[in-house]
Design a binder for this molecule. Sequence first.
Ligand code: PRE
Length: 268
Amino acid sequence: MQVVTLGPEGTYSHRAASAVSDDVVFRESVSAIVAAVDAGKFERGVVPIENSIEGSVTETLDAIADSDIAVTQEIVTPIRHALLAQSPNFETVASHSQALAQCRSYLEREYPDVDLEAVTSTAKGVEYARDDPTVAGIGHPGNAGDDLVVVAEDIQDRSSNSTRFFVVAPASERSQGGGKSTVVVYPNANYPGLLLELLEAFAERDINLSRIESRPSGNRLGDYLFHIDFEAGLYEDRAKEALEEVEEIAADGWVKRLGSYDRQHVVD
Ligand SMILES: O=C(O)C(=O)C[C@]1(C(=O)O)C=C[C@@H](O)C=C1
């Protein structure tokens, strides 16, 4: 089975995707990965959804809300960043914006004068460092190879740094089975207590929410859609009842059931 994820080779997404299949192909953005899976070009895609330090990967949330795909699994992996360069003397640090943010305090403390440059992935930043002696990349230390030195290891601002990825698939792969589920709700309404009503639909049935994130709908200022992860399978009566109620609340909008799934830990 072919799985598509963020490239080039050596990204954290690549490491997570390797737990799904050995046959990994790459795209340069999360939106392109989700679009390719939505178009049926690949059976699976792996995309970062949230990080323990920096929070949601908003590009992924928006791509998922705009497409018609399934979530079939979640993968959680520790993120331990290294600073990789041709020598300890560099002027620019290049990496994915999430990685730069996860190492913000370290960089401010140790390299207050360097320029920070956001690139499409951590592995892209490491490639850049390989080509340019004035650039250091932030990424997995396994990317150093023979031509880069590991200037520093474990530079993330918290040792518990970890990222959660979604394994996505065409909509036909949506499953009712699994310990967790994800839905996206667009109420297309705005009145006092709307969010409370949405939350009560789950709370009244003793369903624990593990994440709720609001994103602008893009339709008008102050209009939101909600990404909700909860700890129950869609096959469960309590989940079915909760979503019936959510559908009533969102009668003027829509509810997307992305599927139920289980968690896998990838330690590397
Ligand atoms: O750039 C990479 O290596 C990625 O796989 C992307 C990504 C992200 O978007 O969060 C994945 C894990 C880390 O949190 C840093 C970057």
